[in-house]
Ligand binder design. Structure first.
Ligand code: GRG
Length: 324
């Protein structure tokens, strides 16, 4: 995780922090806490994920090796961390949320493997390593993605369910976020729009589905594992929708401001394939303003949670200043 955070992130204050006097000091304190939190939860998550996946020696070994190769290649783990943080913000135990955190990361990783294929974005670098098809060949990469998608639903199906949310509700939630009216919808319109001018509304449609849907679902699944009330679920949904868009605007910005080495994936790709992005439509400064506006919107959505929303608030603030 990057630790050099730009001071502009100091501007958005959480209500529960207002008693602290010096903003810069305050920000450093928040960031150290968040770094510790992220590292601890990530370690717990990685252990659970390792246990949830078949060992790479299990027959047929190639597919399990390929699944593990992409899963453990060094992603930021934003979605699982959001899932765990949402559960914790509502007082839910981590053990309930962990299988769901593993499931969302499996779906996310499958989408990255398939997105990198020659028939899609044709990328050779992901998470700082050669992409799955470069290492295992195209057929095996497709299968590794398919297997990750499938195991995600097995992990959810194995959950016991909770008083307000049955296992079928969890499966419906994840299916909607990742299906043809979620993640895949975004990818379809994205593919169809390459090389064409598109409106900001269409761009929002792509990003709402391609990026925001799974981010929002990660939060919702965490909340469901904590037996969230309908009001709490709505609060986290509104937070996720704005945060997901802010995350994608930042992703577009980083694509043109960072190097491939810094990103761990091919930088400048959007411009190369004439992809519609926020900086292309609004200019770099306009995109930065938009990311800030959406982050503020996300933070405001958390207000009903009071101080319980502090961790999620910090994550939103950090997302605005991330460097990869
Ligand atoms: C179903 C093939 C298929 C695609 C669906 C999600 C998606 C559409 C494609 C994945 C590629 C992509 C550019 C998605 C947009 C969301 C995004 C910015 C992903 C990168 O997420 P990070 O930065 O990645 O969290 P790490 O590697 O840190 O997990």
């Amino acid at each position: 995780m990057q630790c050099n955070v730009a001071p502009r992130a100091l501007t958005n204050k959480h209500p529960s922090f207002t008693c602290l006097p010096e903003p810069r000091l305050l920000f450093i304190t928040i960031h150290v806490n968040l770094t510790q939190y992220w590292q601890q939860r990530q370690a717990t998550f990685e252990k659970a994920l390792n246990q949830a996946l078949p060992k790479k020696t299990v027959r047929p070994a190639t597919i399990h090796e390929a699944m593990r190769y992409s899963l453990f290649a060094g992603g930021k783990r934003l979605r699982p961390i959001l899932c765990l943080a949402a559960a914790e913000s509502l007082g839910g135990p981590l053990k309930n949320a962990l299988p769901l955190a593993c499931a969302v990361e499996c779906i996310h990783t499958y989408s990255l493997i398939h997105d990198d294929l020659p028939s899609m974005d044709n990328d050779d670098l992901r998470r700082g390593k050669p992409t799955s098809h470069k290492v295992y060949g195209e057929g095996m990469a497709i299968l590794a993605g398919d297997a990750l998608l499938t195991i995600a639903f097995e992990l959810v199906a194995r959950c016991p369910g909770w008083p307000r949310y049955k296992v079928a509700d969890l499966i419906t939630e994840l299916s909607r976020a990742s299906g043809s009216q979620g993640l895949i919808a975004g990818q379809v319109v994205d593919l169809e729009s390459e090389g064409k001018p598109i409106s900001i509304q269409d761009l929002r449609y792509i990003h709402r589905n391609k990026t925001s849907a799974l981010i929002t679902s990660s939060l919702r699944l965490g909340a469901m594992s904590a037996n969230a009330t309908p009001t709490q679920l709505k609060t986290l949904t509104q937070f996720g929708e704005a945060l997901g868009l802010a995350f994608q605007v930042m992703d577009d910005i980083l694509d043109i401001t960072q190097t491939s080495a810094e990103l761990g994936k091919s930088a400048g790709k959007d411009v190369k394939v004439q992809k519609a992005t926020y900086p292309a439509l609004l200019g770099l400064e306009g995109a930065q303003k938009e990311a800030k506006r959406l982050t503020t919107q996300a933070m405001n959505a958390l207000k009903p949670l009071g101080s319980s929303g502090q961790r999620l608030h910090e994550i939103a603030q950090y997302m605005l200043t991330r460097k990869n």
